[in-house]
Design a protein around this ligand. Sequence first.
Ligand code: F6P
Length: 335
Amino acid sequence: VGAIGTEAAAPAARGTPGRLGVLTSGGDAPGMNAAIRAVVRCGLFRGARMVGVRRGFLGLLQGDLVEMEPGSVADIIHRGGTVLGTARAEVMRTAAGQAAAVAGARAAGLDGLVVIGGEGSLHATAALEALGLPTAFVPATIDNDVPGTEQCIGFDTAVNTVVQAIDRIRDTATAHERTFVVEVMGRRAGHIALTAGLGAGAESILVPEVAIDLDDVCQRLLRGRARGKRHSIIVVAEGAGAAYAHAKEVERRTGLETRVIVLGHVQRGGSPTAADRALAARLGAAAVGCLLAGTPGRMASVAGGRVRTLPYAEALAAGSGLDVGLFELAAVLST
Ligand code: F6P
């Protein structure tokens, strides 16, 4: 059996494909299940035996594994969360934890491992690769901040969830002529805030990557009110400081009645969008394809809309690519 699809698909496998594990790690993201499905079914299609590792890297440490067949991933393409479970395994930041995970993989007879997760999981996966375990990586986090890829699985769904929420908030904001500060996820990254703020027509967008100018935020609100706007929306990434403190200060400076809503983990759940499902299929296939081709140590990624794979070191050296020019556009569009 040769390459699957036309894009970034691996050349025909050399030797026996062997026994490959797949796990999801870190914060869950909608589309992780679609990625598991793609990895498992492509691996099986190419003659590998596929094994699911439960609860992220903890499952490797504890030998919590499940054999996968085509039916094991049936009826999950549309489900949020992850059927394998996930964990934030802090121990994977330590050399001892990494060595134990490699030992666990060897004890389980794994010839390779596909990891689906965010930036922290990429670092852990690169460490296992350096210790001699063949690995491949699929970027999946609603934060969209894995370096070396333009897109991560889950981001599109989370942004849609936020925009739908803001549409509802806008109704009540207009009815009461209020300002709303909407806090969205993103501890270190403003991707959700920027894209959702642009898509929802927010007056101001505050993110950790850009210095906050509350004077500018207040001036924009007052100008909007003066020209007859009956509501205002300020989107704040959680990493850009306390939403409540910002709201209080905005209310004090403008005299406009202000409310806060923290969207929280609602953003992580729900059925993945079509875009996230398709992305999961493409990235999952490309990642397992690296192991099948005998070219491990690579991350599946999107560049210019195309899927490619690149070595971990190259991915980790890249930026997470927040397009700060879009703030200006958002500001112009919301005047
Ligand atoms: O990494 C995804 C993310 O949802 C971040 O946006 C958020 O800061 C964090 O996870 C929350 O993590 P937890 O669910 O472990 O509290």
